[in-house]
Design a protein around this ligand. Sequence first.
Ligand code: GDP
Length: 304
Amino acid sequence: EQDLDQGLSKTRRTWSDRWNQFMSNFRSVDEDFFDDLEETLISADVGAQTAVTLTDELRDEVKLKNAKSQDEVSKVIIQKLIDLYERQGVDEDTSMHLNANGLTVILFVGVNGVGKTTTIGKMSARYKQEGKQVVLAAADTFRAGATEQLVEWGKRNDIPVVTGAANSDPASVVYDGVKQAQAQEADILFVDTAGRLQNNVNLMQELAKMKRIIQREIPEAPQEVLLVLDATTGQNALQQARLFKDSTDVTGIVLTKLDGTAKGGIILPIRNELHLPVKWIGVGEKVTDLQPFDADAFVKGLFG
Ligand code: GDP
């Protein structure tokens, strides 16, 4: 809880500055107010489409609740943001799908630099601490340093890492990873993948091949395909999410670098337009800087 507070402090400070400024201009609930509200939401990276829909709904809600004072209006808006997020969640499942018995495979996808390797380092340490046997597969054989970085995380947390030679076929590293995890009777295999955006067709073919290799050994795997997005890239992250969603079966989002941005609002369009559950948030570079996502705590944190 404290880590989350600290990690979110920058998002929160800048957002709440903006929010407080907006609310300090509050005079009455009129059209100007809703115009300003829409602008404020857009500036927090909620996205134009979501901001318009949201503002329309808030206009109705404020009328319905007969909210008049600054305090009443503020409460209605915060509750609405939480409801909006959770209501979208008819199909939402923020929990991780882990096999109770047998190996679970978690595939991490996303473009270079978003924080895949770092997230695997943090998440594997977390599950290991919970008593799970974990193995890492460094299938990003293309980015210079990616394998070394994962090996470093493995060393630090005493977790085995399966590697391949630079530029070798990622699918063969995945195969070796599955074999080692099975031999060790491990609970979870974490697979790091390459994210070369300049070549989408190859990237998607590569991901499909990895899945085939995994499914030949374990038909129901991978149980999770987590798309890692960098919150500081705002609307770009949304664009990447659309692309990956169209090409692979993404089961959830890890939103990283929320400690470095005032743009946490990107969570809403991810939910609203893509219907993908955010499962984890990254709030720093340390092993403890990864948190399961909780919409209620997140929204209240932003206004706290
Ligand atoms: P990859 O190319 O997707 O594997 O990205 P990396 O895991 O190498 O991360 C790229 C950079 O982002 C590294 O310097 C990480 O330390 C940093 N990073 C990753 N997650 C976070 C986060 O939640 N907060 C901050 N501040 N930095 C992060």
